[in-house]
Each structure stands twice: as structure tokens, then as C-alpha cells.
Write a protein that binds this ligand. Structure first.
Ligand code: F6P
Length: 360
């Protein structure tokens, strides 16, 4: 009987369980294969933590956030941190992982992950492990797919938060800054900002000018709007400014931050405007919760497509969404560079035409 493995790697996001369920159901119902669920991403392959998944195991998980398999940002088999004499050294344990996959009788591996997991997947492919990828990230920064699952739910969460911030900002005549996730991409900030009626949106793709933000807020106040809403992507930074690495829990997931861009902008505005300013960092709330209808459907379709690709021996490929259709592309193409917002593109122009200030 054919056996396939499935794992979820990197940061979690809503819809992971829909993909796992899709993989398990399609593999068992369509082909009668066995599915091994690997726990905590690639880490489970190093330590051998895995379990067979039946249809019963995936019952009722569709509306659940997170991943029933667990995930990890660590566990890169090619750079496993080990402590030696009080120091951390990185060792290559990839041969053990390849052996583990063989001994478990896993004929192909479905990797549900983002850029980081796919880089590891490609290196394992080069060692002979047949892999199919499923693109996951709330940041929506993966090339070669119109959208990743998880992004839509994160957007809903951010837009809902903006709606709630609006009423309190208005009551107190305050400037409210909401900092959202997205790493180096401004997708969450831009789309939630448009949907939530933000006055200013700051994204990494457009370095901002703090004086111009002050002018925009003053102009609003002079026109009778005594409050303003700013959405700042965590990766946004001032023109000519320095980006410094802050609180990166581990090197593989390092993100350059301005010591908190929300905090930075708040301090600048408080010093330059005679207005009350507050910051809200939305944080990991954006990664949690029940997936939206869109993400449940996309995740399920991705899971089914991944099984189809395994069946057709189309390894080294990733499922993707193009228009309304599910397709597949080479993983290599998808990880060449990050997909970021075009600063001169339609979405930015539309925001400007709506009167939103983009920081420049
Ligand atoms: O890539 C997803 C993401 O949530 C980013 O938006 C964010 O910068 C990062 O992960 C946070 O990582 P961690 O969970 O390690 O704090």
C-alpha cells in the first residue's frame, strides 16, 4: 500500500487543518493510500514523532484554527541547533531525516509551508525525497500563486479590528495606529486599510515621510475630522531610515523591525502634533481563529490537488491558485523572490484615489 507523509512547517495560519483534511480524505477515498502525519514540521522527522491519520482523525477539524499536527520554526534538518560546551552549533542531520522517511515507508511528502519550509523541501528533494508543496502564509508574500490560504482570514481579523478601533478613536478624538503583520510585504496593511477605511497606510514597499503623515492628519483635523486611523505594516520604515533587527526569536525567522514601527510612528506624532496618540499591535491574533469560508475552501482544494500531484509523480511542484483555477508550478520558481506590493500598481493608486495617505 502506498504511504504518503504530510507536515505543516513554519508559522501557523488559519486553514492548515483544511489542507490536512483534504490530503487525508483524497488519499484515502480516491486512492486507498495510507497517510502519516508528521508532528511539529520537519522537527518530527528528526525525532520520529508521527502518527497514521485516518478519516476519523480529520473529522471536525475544518473550522479549527492552527494545525492538528503542530508546527515549528526550528527543526531545519540541514542546520539543527545543538549545544556544545555552552555554545550553539548547527549540524547537518539531513541524512538521518532521509533515512527516517525511508524507514517509515513514506513514498512522497506533502509539505504545507511558506518560503522557509520550501527551501528545506528543495534541499530534501535534491537528496531524493519526492515532495509536493502547498503554499501557506498569512503574509501572502509567495510568488506564483494569486493568494495563499490564511491570508483572507488574517485580513478579516485586521479589518474587524479596524472597525472596532474606529469608534473609540472617534469618541476620544485620537490618532490610532494599528500595527499589522506581513514581514517584508504590505498586503495585510494595504487591503485591511482599504477595507477598514484607514486614513494613512504605511507599507514596507513605500518608505514613509513622518512630516507628510503629520501634515495629512492636521489637514484632516482642519477639515473637521478630529480623529485619524493609521495602519502600519510591521515592516514599514521611514525614508532614509535604518532598519534594525528586533526580538527575532530565531535566526531563520528573523524580521527586521524598527523596534516596533507603530511605537516609532506614535512617538513621532505625539511629539509633532497636539493630539492624543495610541498604538495597538494586532500581533498573533492575525494567525489565530477559525478560517474564513474562502480559506476553508482554498485549503481543501489545495489538499486534494497535492494528492493528485503525488499520484502523477509531479514532484518539486507546488499547488497554486491562478484566477479561479487550482494549478501547479515549480517550487523553485515560487521561492526565487518574495511577492510584494507594487508601489506604483493599481491597488496603491486606488488607495490614493480614495484619499488614503501612503506615507509619501
Ligand atoms: O510569516 C508569518 C508571520 O506571522 C509574520 O507576519 C510575522 O512577522 C512572523 O510570522 C512572526 O513570527 P513569530 O511567530 O515567530 O513571532
Amino acid at each position: 500500500k502506498k504511504r504518503i507523509g504530510v507536515l505543516t512547517g513554519g508559522g501557523d495560519c488559519p486553514g492548515l487543518n483544511a489542507v490536512i483534511r483534504g490530503v487525508v480524505k483524497a488519499a484515502i477515498i480516491q486512492h486507498g493510500w495510507e497517510v502519516v502525519g508528521i508532528e511539529d514540521g520537519f522537527d518530527g522527522l528528526l525525532t520520529g514523532r508521527c502518527r497514521q491519520l485516518s478519516i476519523d482523525d480529520v473529522r471536525g477539524i475544518l473550522p479549527r484554527g492552527g494545525t492538528i499536527l503542530g508546527t515549528s520554526n526550528r527543526g531545519n534538518p540541514f542546520a539543527r541547533p545543538v549545544e556544545k560546551g555552552g555554545k550553539i552549533e548547527y549540524v547537518d542531520s539531513s541524512n538521518e531525516v532521509v533515512e527516517r522517511i525511508k524507514s517509515l515507508g513514506i513514498g512522497a511528502l506533502v509539505v504545507i509551508g511558506g518560503e522557509g519550509s520550501f527551501k528545506i523541501a528543495m534541499d530534501l528533494m535534491n537528496k531524493g525525497v519526492p515532495i509536493v508543496g502547498v503554499p501557506k502564509t498569512i503574509d501572502n508574500d509567495l510568488m506564483e500563486t494569486d493568494v495563499t490560504f490564511g491570508y483572507n482570514t488574517a485580513l478579516e481579523t485586521a479589518t474587524d479590528a479596524l472597525d472596532k478601533l474606529h469608534s473609540t478613536a472617534e469618541s476620544h478624538h485620537r490618532v490610532m495606529i494599528m500595527e499589522v503583520m506581513g514581514r517584508y510585504a504590505g498586503w495585510i496593511a494595504l487591503e485591511s486599510g482599504i477595507a477598514g477605511g484607514a486614513d494613512v497606510i504605511l507599507i514596507p514597499e513605500i518608505p514613509f515621510d513622518i512630516r507628510k503623515i503629520c501634515l495629512a492628519i492636521e489637514k484632516r483635523r482642519n477639515n473637521g475630522s478630529r480623529f485619524s486611523i493609521i495602519v502600519a505594516a510591521e515592516g514599514a520604515f521611514p525614508a532614509g531610515g535604518m532598519r534594525v533587527v528586533k526580538n527575532s526569536a530565531d535566526a531563520t525567522h528573523a524580521i527586521e523591525r524598527l523596534g516596533g514601527v507603530g511605537e516609532f510612528v506614535a512617538n513621532e506624532l505625539a511629539a509633532n502634533l497636539d493630539m492624543d496618540v495610541r498604538v495597538m499591535v494586532l500581533g498573533h491574533l492575525q494567525r489565530g481563529g477559525s478560517p474564513s469560508t474562502f480559506d476553508r475552501c482554498l485549503g481543501s482544494r489545495f489538499g486534494v490537488k497535492a494528492v493528485e500531484l503525488v499520484d502523477r509523480n509531479e514532484f518539486g511542484t507546488m499547488v497554486c491558485l491562478k484566477g479561479r483555477d487550482i494549478g501547479n508550478v515549480a517550487i523553485e520558481k515560487a521561492i526565487k523572490q518574495l511577492k510584494v506590493v507594487d508601489p506604483d500598481g493599481e491597488m496603491v493608486k486606488s488607495a490614493v484615489n480614495l484619499g488614503i495617505m501612503l506615507g509619501r
